[in-house]
Design a protein around this ligand. Structure first.
Ligand code: ATP
Ligand code: MG
Length: 327
């Protein structure tokens, strides 16, 4: 199957007030195949959002790209100017974020905002066609009475409906890739389920990159998983690889902290410590200070990325042949 998106040894960091650059994303490599859903998981501060913002060239001011490639349909997007990315955004690749209220303009009707997306990419499209497509799209995301709804403002919609409007806007130009960064975190549980249902359906229309803290959501929707820790891909593989045969101590920790139907909140494992800020990253394995099996080498040398299955890779000294049994 062809790769739609490929991160190849992509690195970026941030410049501080003294002009020194500290690395965050370090030689990040993974692929998303056409029609597949990839989940990116990891605790807060691991670089998940910076990964997705890098694709769209939407990084914060202080960010510095340090090397590597982000290939989309075979073209390295890093070489594009910011201006030329505008024709990609919304048409080829769309993004939805955690808080739909901040992405919608409160003083413009929903219909106007949806139409704007189409007008931007198809300036010659007729008014009737725009209206027709906007209707279809709102119905697709389960918003009934679209005629009336198009004339309303964002505050007249509930949180879940606003998120569905955002999904409608993201999908209206038929993008090949949808990036969803914590699309359900701000929503209550029943609405979360509706939005997840919708994401499932979207999988038939293109590829999905789903960023979330919620491993349960990943298990439900994704084909492959990338586990990030402190800006590095510490483990990646198919859903089965990661959920049934996790190797990296960090992945194992994440799995153990995942609530199941039978576990109560107080039984849940939490990985001790926190993700360090970028200035405090260890020069060896960045997880070493929190790792219960770290050896002498771990904080001082960067571990190799070891292939242990067809698509299964782990960045750990203790993975692979002759490795230590974790359990
Ligand atoms: N201007 C900046 N200068 C230095 N470091 C920064 C700057 N902006 C962000 N960072 C660092 O980038 C990291 C945050 O990355 P990112 O937002 O991608 O994390 P995330 O995995 O998306 O987290 P969350 O789950 O909370 O959304 C943090 O380590 C933070 O310290
Ligand atoms: Mg984030």
């Amino acid at each position: 199957m062809a790769n739609l998106l490929e991160f190849k040894n992509y690195s970026m960091g941030f410049r501080d007030d003294n002009g020194d650059v500290y690395n965050l994303l370090d030689k990040v490599s993974f692929t998303i195949e056409e029609g597949k859903a990839l989940g990116i998981v990891g605790e807060s501060g691991c670089g998940k959002s910076m990964t997705s913002l890098s694709i769209m060239q939407l990084l914060p001011e202080a960010a510095v790209v340090q090397g590597g490639e982000i290939n989309y349909k075979g073209e390295n997007l890093i070489n594009r100017t910011k201006k030329s990315m505008e024709s990609v955004r919304g048409k080829e690749i769309s993004m939805i974020f955690q808080e739909p209220m901040t992405s919608l303009n409160p003083v413009l009707t929903i219909g106007f905002q949806i139409s704007e997306v189409l007008k931007k990419h198809y300036p010659k499209m007729s008014k009737e066609e725009i209206k027709k497509r906007a209707f279809q799209q709102l119905e697709m995301v389960g918003i009934s009475n679209p005629e009336k709804r198009m004339l309303q403002y964002p505050h007249e919609f509930s949180g879940g409906m606003r998120q569905r409007v955002m999904i409608a806007m993201a999908m209206i130009c038929g993008p090949s890739l949808l990036i969803a960064d914590e699309p359900t975190t701000a929503l209550d549980v029943t609405i979360q389920a509706q939005v997840l249902d919708l994401m499932q359906k979207l999988k038939d229309k293109g590829s999905l990159m789903l960023i979330t803290h919620n491993l349960g959501v990943v298990a439900e929707i994704c084909d492959e998983v990338v586990v990030m820790y402190a800006g590095r891909v510490v483990e990646k593989g198919t859903l089965e690889d990661i959920f049934e045969n996790p190797i990296h101590p960090y992945t194992k920790g994440l799995m153990a902290s995942m609530p199941t139907l039978s576990s109560s909140k107080d039984e849940l494992y939490t990985i001790p410590g926190n993700v360090p800020i970028i200035k405090n990253f260890s020069k060896g394995c960045r997880f070493s200070e929190r790792c219960r099996i770290a050896g002498e080498k771990c904080p001082n040398c960067e571990p190799p990325l070891v292939q242990i299955g067809d698509k299964h890779y782990v960045q750990c000294f203790k993975a692979g042949k002759g490795g230590v049994n974790f359990d």
